[in-house]
Design a protein around this ligand. Structure first.
Ligand code: FAD
Length: 294
């Protein structure tokens, strides 16, 4: 097992995941693999499936609720798969690239159309998986194609037209695949204007989101034409607590790990919010964050 993992990259055993999820849930895994050689991953996945060893791909952990229990399987991190190549109006981005770093790289070369991604604290892989977006734009507006390891452990490149996606949704959410890289369309623009846009957007985030706390962004998707945060606020759930988890006073669609929250506290609070919003508005809130099970 260890040999097989080492073929793909750097392996740590009995590894603490607290700093690998932005909720800072204190949890651990048996094996943490930082992939350095993508070409070896298909054979690793085949091996893990054959041996019935579970694995989870983790980006920056900014959209997940990890379980409290020790994970006996393998966490696969693609953080070191971070190549960026620009050719004409296309950028090829490795799954591990941090979105804010990506924007900084682009702006330094006067490519400005992806500036809206600044401030989303995730990786390219995570952003593609969930079609991340903000300020009325989403990453799939700019995708040309995505390269994945598919369910048959084949490396394939899918054109955008062959991928189903929607608001905070892609088919990858329902598939057992690994995103390796994506090609995005880029455009040259006015650098100063883009820096101004970034400054204003970040100021807006600071004003409206509890950025100084442990959280994983918006808990629920906005129902069509409505704001999940407003619905939760109007159901009087700001500051509602379960264990160490609390609904943010600044933005009701954020749950904060205020005091050593357990994953189970966060999930209980989510269920309570869903129940209250259903009771008050007859609306079923849909989770934007992913509850990981292992
Ligand atoms: C303060 C804050 C603000 C945020 N603001 C926004 C926002 O404005 N807009 C927005 O859309 N989101 C926002 N988010 C949520 C989050 O940052 C995004 O969803 C981000 O794209 C998640 O990326 P990640 O790398 O952290 O993914 P993770 O949380 O690590 O993973 C999310 C899911 O993607 C899967 N995954 C990750 N990488 C891969 C891969 N390479 N292959 C296959 N599956 C993979 C994981 O298995 C998991 O199921 C915010 C979060 C925080 C904490």
């Amino acid at each position: 097992m260890m040999e097989k993992l080492k073929e793909c990259g750097l392996v740590s055993e009995n590894y603490d995941l607290t700093k690998h999820n932005t909720y800072h849930i204190k949890t651990q895994c048996k094996y943490f693999l930082q992939v350095t050689d993508i070409s070896k991953i298909p054979s690793l996945i085949k091996f893990l499936k054959k041996e019935a060893i579970t694995y989870v791909v983790l980006g920056e952990g900014s959209n997940v609720i990890l379980p409290d229990e020790f994970f006996q399987g393998v966490i696969i991190s693609l953080k070191k798969i971070a190549d960026i190549t620009i050719k004409d109006n296309l950028i090829t981005v490795g799954a591990g690239v941090n979105l804010t770093k990506l924007v900084n790289t682009l702006i330094n070369k006067d490519y400005t159309n992806l500036a809206f991604l600044y401030g989303i604290p995730g990786s390219l892989g995570g952003a593609i998986w969930g079609n991340a977006g903000c300020f009325k734009k989403e990453i799939f507006d700019y995708v040309k194609d995505v390269t994945i390891i598919d369910e048959q452990e084949k490396i394939v490149t899918l054109e955008k037209k062959d991928i189903s996606y929607n608001y905070r949704y892609t088919e990858f959410k329902n598939r057992d695949i690994i995103i390796l890289k994506a090609r995005l369309y880029i455009e040259l623009g006015d650098r100063q204007k883009a820096l101004e846009e970034i400054k204003n957007n970040y100021a807006y985030r600071l004003k409206t989101q509890p950025l100084d706390s442990y959280n994983a962004g918006s808990v629920f998707c906005n129902p069509v034409g409505l704001s999940a945060g407003k619905l939760i606020e109007e159901a009087n759930l700001k500051n509602k607590k379960v264990g160490g988890a609390i609904v943010s006073n600044k933005h009701a669609n954020f749950i904060i790990n205020e005091n050593n929250a357990k994953s189970s506290d966060i999930i209980e609070l989510i269920n309570l919010i869903k129940k209250e919003v259903k009771k008050k508005y007859n609306i079923d809130l849909e989770l934007e964050q992913k509850i990981i099970k292992w």
